[in-house]
Ligand binder design. Structure first.
Ligand SMILES: Nc1ncnc2c1ncn2[C@@H]1O[C@H](COP(=O)(O)OP(=O)(O)OP(=O)(O)O)[C@@H](O)[C@H]1O
Length: 311
């Protein structure tokens, strides 16, 4: 999924986002940081499809996006179970198909709330668990999570860390706890006054797992047909493999995001992004924790009449 040239002005006239370009790479978590009011929540809402930006495009947003909002409407009367079913239907899914997974997740998170209380009467921790379950149980192609560890008890926080670290597929989130920054290959982006800091900006948060200066990334892409004509329109790169359906290149790490953006715009899909081990520099060449993501599942019958969720 790509966010291209996103601007957003709220109805109040407040300009929250000022020209955001961001790739949500299925091979690595995308973590947003930034001070209060920087625009993080607005950007997540735009990415999830809850808010239509005043300008810009969301490209290749998959059919099912799991979204955890920063907070629920305060007076939500529906009991949790009915709300989970309702959210499945809104996503075009059959609650009978998502119910078993929701039960498993509730059990794993140690949910202790009653099934028949209104959502508004749940404890902070149980409300957060319900929010996470609705985001995760729909088997989303991309997860968009606003402070997912917020309010969780320690055991549930550990469960969430394991679930997210093990997950494949796109993950875009804010996280004040710093947990997600430790995930393999995590890409941190600092947002300030509605703009993303450039990688060269001293305000840009360094990647804990960042490759050292001078390092090189190997980008493995899936391209429909012969990738060689596609290559002609892309920035220079050292080509390791170019066969029908597949393209592998090496590019300097600082150029890899721009290169990926161009390749995605040319119709390729990202299979993996990883640093190339170079003699003597200690660059990690650990394999991705996440397997390459397949194409979005758009199977008919599983999703019916998609309607945007209302938050
Ligand atoms: N629904 C809204 N209507 C009007 N203005 C809004 C709305 N939501 C956010 N804003 C404003 O947009 C700007 C960005 O807010 P946003 O909540 O996206 O930032 P944030 O980085 O998530 O902040 P925080 O970390 O404090 O949650 C702020 O000036 C905020 O006051």
């Amino acid at each position: 999924m790509r966010l291209v040239g996103i601007h957003h002005t709220h109805a109040s006239g407040i300009v929250a986002l000022r020209g955001i370009d961001l790739v949500v790479d299925p091979a690595a978590p995308t973590v947003l940081r930034g001070p209060g009011g920087a625009g993080k929540t607005t950007l997540l809402r735009v990415a999830a499809g809850v808010v239509v930006p005043t300008a810009g495009e969301i490209e290749d947003r998959p059919a099912v996006v799991g979204y955890l909002p920063d907070r629920f409407p305060a007076r939500m009367k529906l009991p949790p179970r009915r709300w989970l079913d309702h959210m499945s239907r809104i996503r075009g899914l059959d609650p009978d198909d998502t119910g078993d997974r929701a039960d498993e997740l509730l059990e794993e998170f140690g949910y202790g709330g009653a099934d028949d209380e209104p959502m508004s009467e749940l404890s902070r921790s149980d409300a957060q668990k319900i929010g996470l379950v609705q985001a995760l149980a729909c088997d989303p192609d991309v997860l968009v999570l606003d402070e997912p560890w917020s309010g969780l008890d320690d055991d549930a926080a550990d469960v969430l860390t394991r679930l997210l670290a093990d997950r494949s597929g796109g993950l875009l989130l804010t996280d004040r706890t710093g947990t997600a920054a430790g995930f393999t290959g995590a890409r941190l982006h600092r947002l300030r006054h509605g703009r993303l800091a450039a990688a060269s900006d001293p305000d840009s948060v360094p990647l804990r797992t960042a490759p050292p200066p001078g390092s090189v990334m190997r980008l493995d892409l899936a391209c429909a047909g012969d990738p060689r004509p596609v290559l002609e329109g892309l920035p220079p790169a050292r080509v390791e493999a170019a066969a029908p359906g597949r393209l592998t290149v090496r590019v300097p790490a600082p150029e890899s995001d721009a290169w990926l953006m161009a390749a995605l715009a040319a119709g390729c899909a990202v299979r993996s992004v990883r640093p190339v081990r170079q003699e003597g520099d200690g660059t990690s060449a650990a394999p991705d924790a996440r397997p390459p993501a397949g194409p979005p599942d758009t199977s008919a019958g599983r999703r019916r009449g998609r309607v945007e969720p209302q938050w």
